[in-house]
Design a protein around this ligand. Structure first.
Ligand SMILES: [Zn+2]
Ligand SMILES: [Zn+2]
Length: 225
């Protein structure tokens, strides 16, 4: 398929009619040539651009993630950047850039970060303590930690799945409805720390959040099974 993209500004809306102002001229004759002589109705899809540009924190996060992949694999940052930007293009059909002149949005960079996080979790890339995780990626990060049993504080594998906000107490594990709870993946060290210093202090110190799981995910992780 040969889609064309034009940058426009919406200048007027009246009912279901829309007036757009293009930043460049649209040459109808050229369209005919491009689409092998097709002369019928021109259809277009309207895509409203996210006006919120990405944040410096998001950029720092992307580079911190890539830095960890570099330290572990030796693959230079430039080539990692190529790979992930290409992946982003493949999934979204759009280009992405983290340069100062970039017009990439909060959501686009958040998607890019998720792609890199997937790579990190799938390839057991060790990460440094204390990522500064942007709010847009917090939920996904802690979810991936639980599903891959990776300690969300230090990145150690084979972590325990802790009932995070509400502790199980003395009730029998099997008779509990686990979907009422939320979970966090913690290694032995951080799990004992949590129970030593208490939930509130632990949250203040490590900014961990608990993640809700559905029945299928609980089964997969064999929680209480
Ligand atoms: Zn840990
Ligand atoms: Zn626990």
């Amino acid at each position: 398929m040969n889609n064309l993209t034009y940058l426009t500004k919406i200048v007027k809306i009246s009912g279901n009619k829309l007036v757009l102002e293009l930043k460049e001229e649209l040459n109808i004759k050229r369209l005919k040539t491009i689409f092998n002589g097709f002369d019928g109705e021109r259809q277009a899809e309207l895509f409203i651009k996210d006006p919120r540009g990405f944040t410096p924190q998001q950029r720092r996060f992307v580079f911190a993630l890539m830095q960890d992949i570099y330290i572990y694999t030796g693959e230079p940052l430039e080539s990692l950047k190529d790979v992930f930007y290409w992946q982003f293009r493949y999934f979204t059909g759009k280009n992405i850039s983290l340069s100062n002149e970039s017009e990439s949005s909060v959501d686009e960079v958040s998607t890019l970060s998720e792609l890199i996080l997937d790579f990190i979790f799938e390839n057991d890339i060790p990460f440094r303590e204390g990522y500064e995780i942007p709010p847009q990626n917090v939920e996904y990060y802690f979810y991936k930690c639980v599903m891959t049993r990776t300690c969300c504080v230090c990145g150690k594998r084979g972590a325990d799945i802790d009932h995070f906000n509400k502790s199980l107490g003395r009730r029998k594990r099997k008779s509990v409805d686990h979907s009422e709870y939320d979970f966090a993946a913690l290694c032995r060290t951080h799990h004992s720390e949590k129970h030593q210093i208490g939930l509130e202090e632990f949250k203040r110190k490590h900014h961990v959040i608990g993640i809700k799981l559905n029945e299928k995910e609980i089964k997969k992780l064999r929680i209480g099974g």
